[in-house]
Design a protein around this ligand. Sequence first.
Ligand SMILES: C[S@@+](CC[C@H](N)C(=O)[O-])C[C@H]1O[C@@H](n2cnc3c(N)ncnc32)[C@H](O)[C@@H]1O
Length: 502
Amino acid sequence: MVLNRLKSALRIWQARGIGYPVVFLIRSVFPAVTRAPLRRPGLGYVKRGLNRMLSARGGRAEFGVEVPVHGAPVGRIDNDGRLLSPQPFAGFHRVTEAEFVARRRFDLDIRNTPNGPTVVKCYRRDRQAFSRELEALRRLEREGVPAPRVVGFERMSLTLQKTLVQAPTLRQILVDRGARILTCQIEEEAGEEGPKIDHEEVWRRGREALAELDPAIPGQLALLLEQIHNAGVTGASITFGNVCLDEDLGPVLIDFDKAQVHRRTSTLAFAAGRDHDRRLFNRIYGSDLLTETGAARLLKEVSSTGYAPLDLGQGLFTKGCWSIDSGTGRWEYLNRRVLEPIIQGSRIVDLGSHNGVMPLLMLRDGAEAVVAFERNLESARISRLTHRLFEWRYHQPFDFRVINNDMLAGLRSLRGEFDVITSFCSLYYLSEVEMLEAAVLARSLAPVFVVQAKTDTRAGAGSKAIKSGDDFLKDLLLKAGFSTVERFGPTGYSRPILIALR
Ligand SMILES: C[S@@+](CC[C@H](N)C(=O)[O-])C[C@H]1O[C@@H](n2cnc3c(N)ncnc32)[C@H](O)[C@@H]1O
């Protein structure tokens, strides 16, 4: 018993890499830090220090050869994003000199260049804001994410010139629909008591107007935010005044002076930045984007089934995730190594998927789409939560559909051709006759059938102890008409995989 435990611990150590126990220990001892990265009270100074060190490199980033700011000045943008200029520009409301409200932070001028209108932003003496915006815009351009493009910059004067997005801001559109969200309007309402901007109130008014305008906009904006995050940039401004709505491109963010550029998206600093953006997004737009706290809650629900433990990295794991018998442990220990070459770009049908961890791991590691059949209603529901967790953790959509149905009935109902059918530790839940029918159907639907066996089923489990064995399953697959059946799995491991080819 003790020896077996030790052997499986060694196996998983080998599979997860030499540093795994240290990572695991840190995660177990400091779950509060890793589950809500750098978001404990009093950790603000640590976060700021880390940000400075790790991300924007403290404003000391090199940006290559300067291109002087150029072009003819033709106007200025005020604190509420309105334009003071003799020349009209698409998307802008114009104001008179008397209506113009001076900008609180950085001045924005418009200059015409031979290549079109540009915005010149002067950062006063804030070198860090200048570096952050320049670095973020460079990264977004390199990654092909819609954003203003850098046209010029001057280090001495801390000035940046970028293309002007000629589309109205969300703030302008909402104001046109009657939302009183401009700073000048709020100050007017406050009257003599003095200006007191209640952001929550501004966001509430904006949300109300937005719901009437087009409820799809927050969803489009969330996709853009994910694109920006995937480019390694966090901290972009997502308030109404910094979102332009372009007719062709959809939403475009225009302000990055608080952004951070991360070298890698797997760090805790990146997770903290992304989580901050998503929480703020939910507050402003009333959305339900998954956050670190929400993910920890979902994971708890997923783990309530007690089967197929998950390790989603960065401190999010469920009890027993060190096991190599099921869940991520089994995938890492054997399944990935055997299946990775087979599943790339494949359309897969998975039978008896329980909490969905196997199909989702196949999607994470290269499969294109998975349709899963799961007879148990609760497991099917839980697998939809696992789906959500995977999309959040790996920052991408996964084409996973779970159908709450019997696997044999599901196979009978399928039409068309698939690339692979998989049945991980589930085929033997059927009767012997049904198993054969399922294998015949699988052969007619796909050229490859993957079946995972279980060689240590309790003798007391009746015929299942025989049906789950690799020898029995191999005979069955040959009987169903497959031409070859190959077995994979280390000696002594109780979950060997059989790969049957048509
Ligand atoms: C041992 S679990 C394996 C789960 C998953 N394939 C894995 O390896 O992590 C077996 C799963 O098959 C499901 N199952 C059993 N009989 C089934 C049937 N006839 N049709 C669909 N699902 C079935 C069970 O509800 C359970 O979720």
